[in-house]
Ligand binder design. Sequence first.
Ligand code: SF4
Length: 333
Amino acid sequence: MTSILETDPSAGAASAAGAPARTSAVDTAPRRPSLSPSRAADFKSCPLLYRFRTIDRLPERKSPAAVRGTLVHAVLERLYDLPAAERTVGAARALIEPAWAELREEPGVAELFPTAPTDGAAPTDGAAPTDGAADVPAGGTAADLEAWLASAGTLVETYFALEDPTRIQPHGREELVEVTLPDGLLLRGYVDRLDVAPSGALRVVDYKTGSVPRETFEAKALFQMKFYALVLWRTRGVIAAQLKLMYLGDGDVLTYAPDEAELRRFERTLLAIWAAIERAVATADFRPNKSRLCGWCDHQALCPAFGGTPPPFPVDAAAAAGWRTALPIAVAD
Ligand code: SF4
């Protein structure tokens, strides 16, 4: 695909040397409650899910599909560490194994494949699935790991059908973007890739390891991209020329060009969501909202919609994290 923001590789080599340092999430932990696209989406779909994830911070199981997404994102991020001419399919595939070796050290990841070898290598016997991008093996065996890694390779290879990475020099990868709006709301999130053309035009790129979604999920994906566009506009004073969603599951691309009026409306939407979150925190009133998403929710056992009882609202932890709550806080002796 030809884009207004694809750049001359020779220009890219120069900027690679001065590539912006990626920011560690630990270094930049929020100083106060903030809103990210995923947490805003949580609250919109189910306020109780938002509470469980953001305030109670209950643990959740990792899924093979989600971990594969993390793996593919890591590979595409590292691909751009290579000199432009070396960004080939083979080079990208070669990045999968070391990225997986690192990823499997994270809590809950190696347990997805409990009977697979522990040296980080997949067995080499057996045929790799040809349609592995769509299904995610989850049986936990060595063969499942092999198929899972092969499916990650298929997704990485699909990327090359959508873009020519030798012609792109990202301005940022996995870049933290954040801004405090005039009323004090802190917006923050991570952009998969940010491209800046010599003209100063911005392109925000997000990799999705699934297929192009149906309408409601497409709206959710665009919500995320508008969020990034708003933060970039408020921090740089430039409206992104293009929001680009790359669906590696089926090799499709959605692009979108926001305008100022739309971003202003979107900002008001975020402020309304945040006001609703603050009201819920102040009163510890987070209602469940049953939907198809409940099928993927790890917290059904604690959810009143499924006969469960949520734990007491963690008032002290919420206050310590900077939330304003009208509920009494325990005072230590
Ligand atoms: S099971 Fe459904 S309603 Fe309950 S917390 Fe999870 S998403 Fe919300």
